[in-house]
Design a protein around this ligand. Sequence first.
Ligand code: PLP
Length: 385
Amino acid sequence: MPYLDHAATSPLLPSVAELLADDRIRSLANAGSVHRAGQRARARLDTDREVFCAELGAEPREIVFTSSGTEANNLAIKGFAMRVRRETDEWPTIVTDGAEHHAVLHPVEYLEELGAPVVRVPVDRVGRVTVDAVRNAIDDLSGPFLVSIMHANNEVGTINPIGAIAAVVHEHGGVMHSDAVQSFGKMTIAPKDLGIDLLSISAHKIGGPRGIGALYAERTIEFDPQLHGGSQERDRRAGTEPVDLVAGFAEALRYWREHRSEIAGRLDRLRTRLLSGLRTIDGVIVTTPSDDALSTILNITFSDAEHLDGEGLIVGMDIRGIAVSNGSACTSGSMQPSHVLASMGYPPAQSRAVVRFSTGWSTTEEDVDRGVEGMREVVGGMREH
Ligand code: PLP
């Protein structure tokens, strides 16, 4: 079955599945225990943490393992805001954009309900946040502020000029957070060179296990924990360290580090093939930009979207055994228009009739070809009725 939904979750890499089944990982003790078995678990955790340090150019204390990318975003945004609030009695301003994942939008809305001022910057037609838009938003701010702008968008794949944005944020004295869940591992990211203070990542988008993510936090940035309990992760995230899941995440990252250029070349070729195939289907509008976008995501809508059933496009593909997705949440059975496409200026019908094709380590040319043919049939069938 062609699986073209890697941006939702990538299948476990074989080397990760093998490692997780290995007795040496399955029998790891509690990394907080004093006995030798505990020390072995601690040593494994330390070794695995080093892979992230090497990838991000970070120190071990700058990596906080979390249960997910969602938790990393919550820890960065709410943790920073609550620390400022506790120390100064004032909320910091939160600056973000409307094309973020819900794991950023919703923590920000929560803080707004509690009284934090929020500034939302617009995105352009391809879902990109420009440096000027951020500068305009922060020029007149007084007091501490956090800017949260994603590295690469999960629906359309657009990559933001994150280094240039971070430079402006720092010029104005702010703190820069970026959700890099979609880009991490697939491309190199050096937060210190880019000026990113807080960076969220997740394992299951690169063939690692679900239920494990991490927050990179530059060592001078202070934030409050969002889980209170034990003193794990240097008092910043309580809870027994999931040493097995960290091992799986580290193994996935090792794989990408070793094979990145080869996989990138293959994914670029698959993207070209998918794009030229989709362009032969009548009425297709490609919403993913041709430059500065992930090679793993292609998002389309249709010129006659008002006559198409958005949910039917995805279901029709599924009936043909092809897994694709739209970016929108399905609430009480009715499909909501994609907030990302809406923020890019697409009308509701086109924001509803979206299909996201996303590729990854296991995608083949045949998957892509069948995806294109399936799409042609589904949309053709819908137009006949
Ligand atoms: N941020 C982005 C951009 C994502 O694509 C996702 C996953 O869909 C998340 C955050 C959430 O990550 P996780 O599934 O690890 O909670």
